[in-house]
Design a protein around this ligand. Structure first.
Ligand code: GLN
Length: 482
């Protein structure tokens, strides 16, 4: 049981064989059947979904050309939406209803997308498994003993299980690309600044990006072109028009120079994953691409720099949750405001978030600032330089998304360092601000999906999507969890 593809729903809608209200009901039925086992959605308000669907039907009846009408969209629980609470999967934001809507969400809604519900994630998007959610873990729809990845694991599981056509995720160090790979779908992290962060509840502001997860490149591309573009509410958002159609046509593989940076194929890479990636590279070569072995010498320092810088930014961003302004407030012993702060933050934040606040506060403290934060910034510049130099020689880079094809539920909980190290191939794109696309290209012997990562120069996302589309067509990838 799954929602038909977006293209089919849209065709039926415009041939008047169905209505948005009917599509909405179908999606709600699939969610009702599948969600109890997966916990991909943590909030679905059927009444508000029906109201929105009727509004879209009315607009269509009046002749509006809504480019996303027929699209059923999940929204990660870190993006502000009017009507629904947003909690970042944290106790500390319990009951918080934002008074405004994220620009990304608002633009998609205006284009006719039907918002179906909130998808689960790691608390404040900190994690790689969706296990640190205050609302319980999400399971991988391919195999319930495995995590769906994270932090946008609810979004990935919902799309892979056919509960919605696409979902929004956020990617600070890999959180769109990695769960997309673990769940066998596409996940795009756009160039930093292409999509407004307004209304995205911040984890690490100089890294955070909003990106789509979808089953095919056309849908991801359509969503991106509707979300992208300058926003007076986000000063880091650039004015860069995205041409949906032209971009996808840029995916010609013939003559493409594809860099294979050796640091992304080190001994930590699982052998089955390696085989699948190498097969993909060979396949691209047979389609006319030129494979270019190369080096990105500072890659190994990416994880360390990322976890210092992202934790530093997080410790500052999360200082606003003090029990005064939003969500949870727990009175402390006695009447002092300090005891209220302490009790609220002690009980409101989960373990992983506290660990990062402490780490971030430490690396920013007066005596250590230069040794850690300052050095992290310098490493960030070197990693960006690696990418700048790469684009002089190649058009895109082809790498694994993660060193392994997944993790069992609980496997990384005991060993956070192992979890952090699994971000080694994704964090570099966030450090450099470049776009990255995760494309499903195979499965392991245990039937777990494997993705490859395409990285390109700033604003090359449509080229990446075009190439991803061609790659999926060439292997006949029609993954769908039944
Ligand atoms: N796994 C990474 C982290 O825990 C990335 C998270 C993200 O991209 N939001 O920080």
């Amino acid at each position: 049981m799954a929602l038909p593809l977006f293209a089919d729903c849209r065709r039926a809608l415009f041939e008047r064989q169905t209505s948005c209200t009917e599509v909405a009901q179908l999606a709600l039925d699939v969610i009702r059947a599948k969600n109890p086992a997966l916990n991909a959605f943590t909030y679905v308000d059927a009444a508000s979904v029906h109201r929105s669907a009727e509004a879209i039907d009315d607009a269509l009846a009046q002749g509006s050309e809504l480019p996303l009408a027929g699209l059923v969209l999940g929204v990660k629980n870190v993006l502000s939406t009017l009507d629904w609470p947003v909690t970042c999967a944290s106790r500390i934001l319990q009951g918080y209803c934002p008074p405004f809507e994220a620009t990304s969400v608002k633009r998609l809604r205006a284009a006719g997308a039907l918002l179906i519900g909130r998808t689960n994630c790691d608390e404040f998007a900190m994690g790689s498994t969706t296990e640190s959610s205050a609302e319980g873990p999400t399971l991988n729809p391919w195999n319930g003993e495995y995590v769906p990845g994270g932090s946008s694991g609810g979004s990935a599981a919902a799309v892979a299980a056919g509960m919605c056509h696409a979902a929004l995720g956020t990617d600070t160090g890999g959180s769109v690309r990695q769960p997309a790979a673990f769940c066998g779908i596409l996940g795009l992290k756009p160039t930093y600044g292409l999509v407004s962060r307004y209304g995205l509840i911040a984890y690490a502001s100089s890294f955070d990006c909003v990106g789509p997860l979808a089953r095919n490149a056309e849908v991801a591309s359509l969503i991106l072109s509707q979300m992208a573009g300058t926003d007076s509410n986000d000063a880091t958002c650039v004015d860069h028009a995205v041409d949906h159609k032209r971009g996808l046509e840029e995916g010609s593989i013939f003559g493409l120079r594809i860099g294979l940076p050796r640091e992304y194929y080190d001994q930590g890479l699982n052998s089955e994953v390696r085989q699948i990636i190498e097969r993909t590279a060979k396949n691209l070569e047979s389609m006319g691409a030129k494979l270019v072995p190369m080096s990105m010498p500072h890659t190994a320092y990416g994880v360390a720099a990322y976890y210092i810088l992202a934790a530093a930014e997080a410790s500052s961003n999360l200082s606003r949750y003090d029990g005064v302004k939003y969500g949870l407030r727990l009175e402390g012993k006695g009447t002092s405001i300090d005891s209220m702060y302490t009790r609220t933050r002690s009980r409101g934040f989960g373990f992983e978030v506290k660990r990062r606040i402490m780490l971030g506060t430490y690396v920013l403290s007066a005596g250590y600032y230069d040794a850690y934060y300052g050095k992290g910034q310098r490493v960030r510049s070197l990693i960006r330089q690696d990418f700048d130099e790469a684009w002089e020689r190649v058009d895109i880079l082809l790498t694994p998304v993660t060193p392994s094809a997944g993790a069992r539920i609980g496997e990384w909980g005991q060993d956070p360092l192992q979890m952090y190290l699994s971000d080694v191939y994704t964090v570099t794109a966030n450090l450099a601000g470049v776009p990255g696309l995760s494309v499903p290209v195979g499965k392991t012997s245990e039937e777990l999906p494997v993705g490859v990562q395409l990285l390109g120069p700033p604003f090359s996302e449509h080229k990446l999507l075009g190439i991803g589309k061609a790659m999926m067509e060439s292997i006949g990838n029609t993954y769908q969890v039944q």
